[in-house]
Ligand binder design. Structure first.
Ligand code: HEM
Ligand code: HEM
Length: 210
């Protein structure tokens, strides 16, 4: 492996990543006791995600979705190559990592959206004053009644969205743990420090550029 380095992660990706880490942790630990800090951490995450999605279309080479969305065959071939002692090397996200990035972004969006709906059910936040609603509070009430035959007479759409939010958020947390595990495993297998690369933006140049 050469010692030359190339710039992979631009400044926007790096600021996005470490801000997301910070605000995800803040949102997670403030979730149980809803206060404005939780809602604001959530709004900041929504802003970060919006910027990241646009950057995935118009951004620099390794930031674009087209650079790291691979076919299932490619993902399997990459995962197999991990066991051969000579794993395929990619300067940007590897096929498995790229797939994981997309899944994480989707679940972060679902987490934030369900958070907004839970907030709406309490009569707060931007959706509470929105004219149109993708799933109305009445619809959520009836789903909650179907699930829990003996409704406790509480605000059902509130309970419904809190449950949905909790499921999405905890699934996202599971993905994050797998993500960190994947980063550590591929750092070891490729003998390169991926965490440092996400700070400096630079990775070692692969022997045979694709
Ligand atoms: C301290 C723990 C974490 C470490 C060490 C870490 C490390 C990394 C690294 C090294 C990459 C680049 C992977 C590659 O080289 O292909 C990455 C990408 C990414 N990570 Fe993390 N991560 C952490 C926590 C998180 C958390 C908490 C989230 C989400 C809530 C997250 C979401 C992402 C996303 C979305 C990307 C893709 C970046 C992009 O292309 O925009 N990470 N992470
Ligand atoms: C990815 C971003 C987010 C994360 C990680 C997150 C995390 C959490 C967690 C861990 C809980 C506690 C769930 C439980 O155990 O009951 C929670 C509850 C809640 N979250 Fe979020 N959240 C996020 C975004 C949002 C957003 C954008 C909003 C809306 C402004 C929001 C509104 C709420 C509400 C209303 C609750 C219920 C609080 C209660 O118990 O009364 N969340 N969130």
């Amino acid at each position: 492996m050469g010692t030359e380095t190339i710039k992979v992660w631009d400044i926007l990706i790096r600021v996005f990543h470490w801000s997301l880490v910070i605000f995800f942790i803040i949102a997670y630990v403030t979730g149980d006791e809803l206060d404005t800090v939780h809602a604001w951490a959530g709004y900041i995450i929504i802003g970060l995600l919006a910027v990241r999605v646009v950057w995935g279309i118009v951004g620099t080479r390794y930031a674009r979705f087209s650079n790291f969305i691979y076919s299932p065959q490619k993902i399997i071939a990459y995962l197999k190559s991990l066991f051969t002692g000579r794993p395929e090397h990619y300067p940007g996200h590897n096929p498995a990592g790229g797939g994981m990035v997309v899944v994480m972004l989707v679940f972060l969006i679902l987490s934030s959206w369900s958070g907004l709906k839970a907030y709406e059910a309490e009569g707060k936040g931007p959706l509470a004053s929105a004219e149109i609603s993708l799933i109305s509070p009445a619809q959520a009430d009836s789903w909650y009644e179907e699930e829990h035959e003996h409704g406790k007479g509480r605000n059902k759409s509130d309970e419904f969205w809190e449950d949905v939010h909790e499921v999405f958020v905890n699934f996202t947390l599971l993905l994050v743990f797998i993500h960190i595990g994947g980063v550590l495993v591929s750092s070891i297998l490729h003998r390169e420090n991926l965490v440092r690369a996400m700070i400096t933006g630079r990775k070692e140049k692969p022997d045979s550029p694709e």
